[in-house]
Design a binder for this molecule. Structure first.
Ligand SMILES: [Zn+2]
Length: 132
């Protein structure tokens, strides 16, 4: 468990560094320390973050924080759907996994079904980011 937490913390740190580097380049010294922003939860700060982070980064940061929360609450590694223990091997590859393989597949099928509606003839892109 500890090693996954370390891994998540390291990922968060890398992400923060990456964002900090970019925000320095674009806003030239007008930004407060990005680490402070990310550690703060005030609404103003959240707005600032919204401008700096890409959707992808926001999503990743959310996933990391979410996983860290679950470690704190000792619910990490349990499937949110059926409560079964997610195999360690799966968590090593997908540290953000919230569901066991069965539930994940079920949910993906449902999601795919929901997205099935054709939009002005645009060809459907295969379901989002499955990191497997
Ligand atoms: Zn499950």
């Amino acid at each position: 468990m500890k090693s996954i937490k370390d891994m998540l913390l390291r990922m968060r740190e890398d992400l923060v560094k990456e964002i900090a580097r970019r925000s320095k380049a674009t806003t030239e010294g007008t930004m407060p320390d990005i680490g402070d922003i990310l550690d703060s939860v005030s609404e103003e700060r959240t707005r600032e973050l919204d401008m700096i982070l890409t959707d992808r980064e926001k999503k990743k940061l959310n996933q990391i924080d979410d996983a860290l929360d679950r470690i704190e609450e000792a619910t990490y590694g349990l499937c949110e759907e059926c409560g079964v223990k997610i195999p360690k091997g799966r968590l090593k590859v997908m540290p953000f996994a919230k569901y066991c393989v069965e539930c994940q597949e079920k949910l993906e099928r449902e999601e795919k079904y929901l997205r099935e509606e054709p939009e002005e003839g645009i060809k459907k892109v295969p379901a989002g980011e499955v990191e497997e």
